[in-house]
Design a protein around this ligand. Structure first.
Ligand SMILES: [Zn+2]
Length: 280
C-alpha cells in the first residue's frame, strides 16, 4: 500500500467513525479506495463466478430486450464509468442485481411480476445506481477491509473470490447495503428513469404492489426484501421525489412487446426460489 492510500485509509476510517457511514443521496462521489479500473477488474472476476451459479437465459430476443432497456436507462445515469452488461437469469425470485463494474442481472421472477416495461426498468434503474454510486466496492471495503479487497482485485485469492461472490451476490445470499445506500439508489433511480423518458411512477406502482403481495407470497419475495427492505418511509420518499419533478411526456416502450416478452419468460422453467439466507 503506498503512502497516499495509507493516508486516505486513515482519513476514511476517521470520517466513518465520525459520520457513521452516512451517504448523502445527491452525492455520488463518496470515498472509495478502489479505483474505477480495479473495480472493473474485480467485477469481471465476480461475473465469471456469478454466471457459474445462475443460469443465464440463452434467448437472443430476451437478452436483447433487457440490454436495450438497460442501455436506455444508462442515458439517464449521472455517470457511466463501467462497460455495463445486462443479462436475464433463470430465477423466479423477484429481483435484479448489479455487481461492481456494472454487470447487471434481471431475474425471470422480476419480469413475471412486472406489469409494464417501466416497472421492470424501475428495479433495473435502482440497481444501476448502486453501481453508479459504487456502493458495492464501498460496502465491501467497509465489511472486509481494503487490503482483502485489493487481494481479490489482484487475483491473489481465487478461493475467497468465489466464496464472496457467492455470499454477496450469488444464490446463497444477497449483498446487504446500508439503508442510506438503498435510499440513494431509489433517489437516483427515479432521476435516471425520468431523464431516460420512463415514467418514474413505475417504481412507485411496483414497490406498492410488492408491498401488498409480500403478505400472501413471502418466500418468493423474501430475497427482494432482504436485499432491499421496503419500508413505508422508502415508498413515501419515492412518492415525494416524483411529486417534485416537472411534468414530462413519456416513452413507455411498446406494451405489446412487453407482454410478448413476459409470456416467453413465463414458459421458462426456473429452479425453485430459495429463501433468503445470510441477511442482516
Ligand atoms: Zn438496492
Amino acid at each position: 500500500m503506498n503512502m497516499r492510500r495509507m493516508l486516505i485509509l486513515g482519513l476514511l476510517l476517521l470520517t466513518q467513525f465520525m459520520a457513521g457511514c452516512a451517504v448523502n443521496k445527491t452525492d455520488i462521489q463518496g470515498f472509495n479506495l478502489i479505483s474505477v479500473a480495479e473495480e472493473k477488474d474485480l467485477g469481471d472476476k465476480f461475473a465469471v463466478e456469478i454466471e457459474k451459479q445462475y443460469t443465464v437465459v440463452n434467448d437472443p430476443e430476451l437478452q436483447g430486450y433487457v440490454e436495450r432497456v438497460g442501455r436506455r436507462l444508462l442515458t439517464g445515469a449521472r455517470s457511466v464509468d463501467f462497460p455495463y452488461t445486462f443479462k436475464v437469469v433463470l430465477d423466479d425470485s423477484v429481483n435484479a442485481f448489479a455487481i461492481p463494474g456494472g454487470h447487471t442481472y434481471v431475474n425471470t421472477g422480476l419480469i413475471k411480476m412486472a406489469d409494464s416495461e417501466a416497472e421492470m426498468a424501475a428495479v433495473m434503474a435502482h440497481e444501476i445506481n448502486h453501481v453508479v454510486a459504487r456502493h458495492g466496492t464501498r460496502q465491501m471495503t467497509q465489511e472486509y477491509g481494503y487490503s482483502l479487497v485489493l487481494q481479490l482485485v489482484l487475483g491473489q485469492n481465487p478461493g475467497l473470490l468465489a466464496q464472496l461472490a457467492s455470499q454477496m451476490f450469488g444464490k446463497a445470499g444477497m449483498m446487504s447495503y446500508s439503508r442510506s445506500m438503498e435510499s440513494q439508489a431509489d433517489y437516483l433511480g427515479v432521476e435516471t428513469m425520468y431523464k431516460a423518458g420512463y415514467n418514474p411512477e413505475g417504481m412507485l406502482t411496483f414497490f406498492t404492489k410488492l408491498d401488498s403481495k409480500s403478505a400472501s407470497n413471502p418466500s418468493q419475495l423474501a430475497r427482494f426484501f432482504s436485499s432491499h427492505p421496503l419500508t413505508a418511509e422508502r415508498i413515501q420518499e419515492v412518492r415525494s421525489e416524483i411529486g417534485q419533478l416537472p411534468p414530462k411526456s413519456w416513452q413507455p416502450g411498446d406494451p405489446a412487446e412487453f407482454k410478448r416478452i413476459r409470456a416467453k419468460v413465463s414458459k421458462l422453467v426456473a429452479p425453485p426460489a430459495k429463501p433468503a439466507t445470510g441477511t442482516k
